[in-house]
Write a protein that binds this ligand. Structure first.
Ligand code: BDR
Ligand code: CA
Length: 317
């Protein structure tokens, strides 16, 4: 049997219901080696997102270190999404009390040190605002060619969810997103964007939630309750039967790329003030003549994606 060499990854996020599921997916997948989780403000403040990462680690008894990072965007005022994720950022299930704390090193420094120590090997999976990654790239521009690839959940090929133009993670820190996308244009950093046009194809409807519950495990039940809470906002805002499971597409893309279709294109970030702020402007038809700087996800095999999630989350007790 060929031996599988797991791909080293850093999960950078703002847990968050769907960020939490991304951690569960990555840590149960032998294809991936989670070197650490870095946290950012986003869905709720940094203290809470970091606590939530500790909670998820406790739940699954994992050993990865957790590094808190940015507590605010580079330029614009901080947003948050309690309306989606509740006051704790992880409302719904009973949460275990963490027995281990976070590290003292800043998230951006952990990213820099880890990428420098393993040039060409480390993949970054940001599932929140891009502030930590932008800080790392500004502090240490030498790391850009040493990053294996970045797969980000954020942006949108078409409409936004926080404004008509902008998706939440992009809108939280448009300047950081611009630094990352411009870095990709300038250095060839491999960047994939899972925007709302893709993630809205994967709705955790009651039948899909039931599949997690039917696992009959502690983590399966935890996931089901998380997704039931997460459905609330999506039911009210969009009239959908469940939540769009955005963030776990980043890990799923590394584990099972055949589930997704992507197209290379130029993506620019609107950092102007006004109704287009935070928009990820995607040059689908190459009208600018600019070379692509990102692969943008277009198609999702939603049934395959949920089957993968259920199978992997079923590996926990
Ligand atoms: C993104 O915003 C957050 O609320 C979710 O965790 C996801 O990363 C979707 O717009
Ligand atoms: Ca997130």
């Amino acid at each position: 049997m060929p031996t599988l060499t797991p791909r080293p990854v850093i999960l950078d996020g703002d847990p968050g219901h769907d960020d939490a599921v991304n951690i569960l997916l990555a840590c149960s997948s032998p294809e991936l080696d989670v070197l650490g989780v870095t946290t950012t403000y986003g869905n709720v403040g940094l203290e809470r997102t970091t606590h939530n990462a500790l909670v998820v680690r406790e739940l699954i008894g994992a050993g990865f270190p957790i590094y808190p990072g940015a507590d605010r965007p580079l330029v614009v005022p901080r947003l948050s999404a309690e309306a989606v994720h509740g006051e704790s950022g992880l409302d719904g299930p009973d949460l275990p009390t963490p027995t281990r704390g976070a590290e003292r090193l800043h998230a951006a420094q952990f990213i820099i040190d880890t990428v420098r120590a393993r040039p060409g090997e480390v993949t970054l999976l940001p599932t929140g605002p891009l502030t930590n990654l932008a800080l790392a790239l500004r502090l240490a521009p030498d790391i850009a060619p040493k990053i294996r690839e970045v797969v980000w959940m954020g942006g949108s090929l078409d409409t936004g969810n926080w404004t008509p133009s902008a998706e939440f993670n992009a809108l939280c820190d448009p300047h950081a997103a611009r630094i990352v996308f411009e870095c990709a244009a300038e250095t060839g950093l491999k960047l994939t964007m899972f925007g709302l046009n893709a993630t809205h194809q994967a709705i955790a409807d009651p039948a899909r939630v039931a599949a997690f519950r039917q696992l009959g495990t502690r983590v399966g039940e935890f996931t089901a309750v998380l997704l039931e809470f997460f459905a609330g906002h999506h039911r009210e805002r969009y009239g959908w039967e469940g939540g769009a499971l955005h963030d776990p597409m980043t890990a799923a893309y590394l584990i099972a790329p055949a589930l997704f279709g992507v197209k290379a294109m130029r993506v620019d970030i609107d950092t102007t003030e006004g109704p287009s702020a935070g928009r990820t402007v995607c040059d689908v038809w190459k009208v600018t003549g600019q070379p692509p700087n990102a692969d943008v996800a277009l198609t999702v095999d939603a049934d395959g994606f949920f089957a993968l999630l259920v199978e992997r989350i079923g590996r926990y007790a």
